[in-house]
Design a protein around this ligand. Structure first.
Ligand SMILES: *Cc1c(COP(=O)(O)O)cnc(C)c1O
Length: 245
């Protein structure tokens, strides 16, 4: 028998609420430093390390954009949570998992035109339009997915045949580092790429959204123009009753 999921108690709720408040104040300060508005940055709470119950608690506390990196885990939590949640897939998506993943609020991690084609076909079947970001690899790393900057330029020139997907922007991951400043050139690079290509693509596609910044570097990302930050550990690590999902 599977272990019953344990419910987070009132202590956990208070602790998570305090985390959210602290995070909000750091986000507001970063926006202030950059002369930006807090409402122009979407906080996606990445729930990949926590149980559906904890994800539900996050939603009850007002975190309505939730992200998962594995499609199967997104399906599981989506089934368990109320439907007001906007789900984001932030990790790698294989083509054979597209059908079960749609519909979803935003797929951050489109890394090939083959995947984009698969999403377009499946969205067409559902008669919906799927919102996606193109993932860009700005730091060479065999472990990471994403278009190189050159490949991105080429891919953006080939969006015309897609009618059921809408490219909303770009996503990137910075290299792991102890120093948040180390991520700044990567984030600036993503913003520069979006600016360089913005005039080249036509509606409904756009390069408005920049999904960049995680727990260790989100303030730098906001300073460099992130419109979406993806935060997991800063919210959940070390909370009382925070059992692995
Ligand atoms: C896990 C994950 C995050 C969140 O990372 P934290 O460092 O825990 O904030 C963000 N984006 C992606 C793609 C992830 O896999």
């Amino acid at each position: 028998m599977p272990e019953p999921e344990r419910q987070p108690g009132p202590k956990t709720r208070d602790a998570l609420r305090a985390r959210v408040e602290e995070l909000e104040s750091r986000l507001s300060s970063a926006c202030g430093r950059a002369g930006r508005l807090r409402r122009d940055v979407t906080l996606v709470a990445v729930t990949k390390t926590v149980s559906p119950e904890m994800a539900k608690l996050a939603a009850e506390l007002g975190l309505l954009d939730l992200g998962e990196s594995r499609p199967q885990e997104l399906w599981r939590k989506r089934d368990a949570l109320p439907c007001g949640v906007r789900w984001h897939l932030v990790g790698h998506l294989q083509r054979n998992k597209v059908a079960r993943t749609l519909p979803v609020s935003l797929i951050h991690s489109v890394d090939t035109l083959r995947l984009l084609t698969a999403i377009d076909e499946e969205a067409g079947r559902h008669r919906i339009r799927a919102d996606v970001l193109l993932e860009v690899k700005l730091v060479p790393d065999p472990e990471k997915h994403g278009f190189s900057p050159d490949e991105l330029g080429e891919a953006l020139g080939r969006l015309a045949p897609f009618h059921h997907v809408r490219v909303r922007g770009l996503m990137t991951m910075a290299s792991l580092s102890d120093d948040p400043e180390a991520a700044r050139p990567t984030f600036r690079g993503l913003r520069d790429l979006a600016e360089r290509h913005r005039s080249q693509i036509s509606a409904p596609h756009e390069l408005r959204e920049l999904s960049m910044g995680m727990s260790d570097d989100f303030e730098v990302a906001v300073e460099e123009g992130a419109t979406i930050v993806r935060l997991g550990s800063v919210l959940f690590t070390g909370l009382p009753d925070c059992f692995p999902g």
